[in-house]
Design a protein around this ligand. Structure first.
Ligand code: PEP
Ligand code: MG
Length: 578
């Protein structure tokens, strides 16, 4: 079997010879030490930390990597708790530093791995990466063949690629990569997208199935890799690669063009970002502003929640870069076991239905106010909007607005500038919010439909559970009918309605939402050109006809078939598989 399936995390097609990066395992022995040797072991630890920090700074400098990728590792080295615990145990247990450091960090990794939160789980890679670096210094291990030594065009295959390893990939040589471990929101995946290197992760057993020198195709559009393809398959892929490059060239032309239908009806096509560095990608892919800034991802960068000044600087930088377009800053969508605070002592059986997002922020007003102050202070250009996640009750909106008003008054009292008209909107991502949209619309300036969550709550299907993934369907009539209602209600109350879940970039969904009268779509920056292409291929009239027909259909499969045919009639080139 030469075709392996994984998760597509960075689009594009790469063809090359495999550079296999073996898994690195150190043997760490447990050694008793004499009291006189304690200070020497502690000194060795400090020295290893210092060297590791210097190396990371060097990689950051040489590779001009943005702070967010290596900063979590550098911050981990500064984590006084882990270091104090290691020193304490070296003294108490009188064992070698390498052994104790391994034990202490194992515990941290263990507790993170129990978290049901994807973001936290994906931080494990960062921690393992930096721990490996420190231990290699403690045991005097020589670094293995470095990725920087890759001297011919290659596809890197590994069990797992850490963010710092990804940072070291020589871009002119590494054409793509494929790993066993990883998810769409891992740092490595985010970095692959920002470096525009085709990548597929989550391929079971790939490190056992390939060896250095094998010929490989990485299809980052479809999430597959092909090992030692036959001449005919290779030819086919070379053709597809050429088509894809042409497609990218054509996309460049779309960058400057508005997202208008054939009869000039304009829809705002904005982009979602997780990290501030992604603003460049939003601009380069021709999006009209940022429709969703998932600020909880800052937690990845700062090890804990960033303080007011740190947040202010980030929001301000994003608002300035994206101006004159807008940025919608969503308040932290964290909660329960998702946050370091109280994380260990608080475990939720059902975190998706638990203490998250607005529920968490209203219960932690100081965290909420700090973020709101930072957002408002960054709003002076007049292009910032605030968005509240996971609303399920009118009282939550009212309470959040009261807190926003308090923060505004406080800023006014202190003569601190901010946009007094800064709009406040909410995400519609619970069935309760959708069904009570008329009441909520009276309180806010806009709605943005969070279809990732709305779909999971409407269909009662966990969005992250592979076993029920076949039931997770954006084109389910229940989801589509509810979305249509929310849009209509928003319009009846003179507020605009957007959609910022992953479905906004699904080719089949776009004409339907267009026909429903959606005002804004926000998606991954990479999907923007294709979305514009689809919008520009229909008239509003055609889209309305499609959406009306769709509302009369009873099965997702029928809806797919029908819209698929309507798109085919237009002969639109679609490359991204959603
Ligand atoms: C959504 O639920 O659709 C959404 C955009 O929010 P997130 O994916 O961050 O939960
Ligand atoms: Mg959501």
């Amino acid at each position: 079997m030469n075709l392996l399936k994984g998760i597509a995390v960075s689009p594009g097609i790469a063809i090359g010879r495999v550079f296999f990066l073996p898994k690195e395992d150190f043997k760490i022995s447990e050694e008793e030490i004499a009291p006189a040797e304690i200070s020497r072991e502690i000194e060795k630890l400090h020295q290893a930390l210092k060297l590791s920090k210097e190396e990371l700074s060097e990689i950051k400098f040489q590779e001009k990597i943005s702070d967010s990728f290596l900063e979590p590792q550098i911050l981990f080295l500064d984590d006084s708790q882990v270091m104090a615990e290691t020193v304490k145990k070296i003294k108490q247990e009188r064992k070698n530093a390498a052994f104790i450091f391994t034990e202490v960090t194992k515990k941290v990794i263990n507790s993170l791995s129990k978290s049901e939160n994807l973001y936290l789980k994906e931080r494990i890679t960062d921690i393992k990466d930096v721990v490996k670096r420190v231990i290699s210094h403690l045991v005097g291990h020589k670094a293995p063949k470095s990725l920087r030594e890759i001297d011919e065009e290659s596809i890197v295959v590994a069990h797992e690629l850490s963010p710092s390893e990804t940072a070291q990939l020589p871009r002119e040589k590494v054409k793509g990569f494929a790993t066993e471990i990883g998810g769409r929101t891992s740092h490595t995946a985010i970095m692959a997208r920002s470096l525009e290197i085709p990548a597929v992760v989550g391929i079971p057993e790939i490190s056992k199935l390939v060896k250095s020198g094998d010929l490989m195709v990485v299809d980052g559009n479809k999430g597959i890799v092909m090992v030692n393809p036959k001449e005919k398959e290779l030819e086919d892929y070379r053709r597809r690669q050429k088509e894809y490059l042409e497609f990218l060239k054509e996309n460049q032309e779309l960058k400057e063009l508005p997202a208008v239908t054939l009869d000039e009806y304009e829809v705002e096509v904005a982009a979602n970002i997780e990290l501030p560095e992604e603003v460049e990608s939003v601009i380069s892919h021709g999006a009209k502003g940022i429709g969703l800034f998932r600020t909880e991802f800052l937690y990845l960068t700062y090890h804990s929640l960033p303080n007011e000044e740190e947040q202010y600087k980030i929001y301000k930088m994003v608002a300035e870069k994206i101006a004159p377009e807008d940025v919608i800053i969503r308040t932290f969508d964290l909660g329960g076991d998702k946050l370091g605070i109280g994380q260990n002592e608080y475990h939720e059986i059902n975190p998706f239905l638990g203490w998250r997002a607005i529920r968490f922020c209203l219960a932690q007003p100081e965290i909420f106010k700090t973020q709101l102050r930072a957002i408002l202070k960054a709003s002076t250009l007049g292009n910032v909007k605030i968005m509240l996640p996971m609303i399920s009750d009118l009282t939550e909106v009212k309470r959040a607005k009261e807190i926003i008003a308090e923060v505004r008054m406080d800023l006014q009292r202190r003569d601190i500038e901010f946009d007094s008209q800064c709009p406040v909107g909410i995400m519609i991502e619970t069935p309760a919010a959708a069904l009570c949209a008329a009441d909520l619309a009276k309180e806010v300036d806009f709605f943005s439909i969070g279809s990732n969550d709305l779909t999971q709550y409407v269909l009662a299907v966990d969005r992250a559970n592979e076993r029920v993934a076949y039931l997770y369907e954006h084109l389910h009539p229940a989801v589509l009918r509810l979305i249509k209602e929310v849009i209509d209600i928003g319009h009846q109350h003179q507020i605009w309605v957007g959609l910022c879940g992953e479905m906004s970039a699904e080719p089949l969904v776009i004409p339907i939402l267009l026909g429903f009268g959606i005002d804004e779509l926000s998606m991954s920056p990479l999907a923007v050109p294709e979305t514009k292409r689809i919008i520009r291929s229909f008239t509003l009239e055609e889209a309305r006809e499609i959406s009306e027909k769709v509302l009369s259909l009873t099965l997702a499969a029928e809806i797919k078939e029908y819209v698929g045919e309507r798109i085919q009639e237009k002969a639109i080139k679609i490359i991204f598989e959603k």
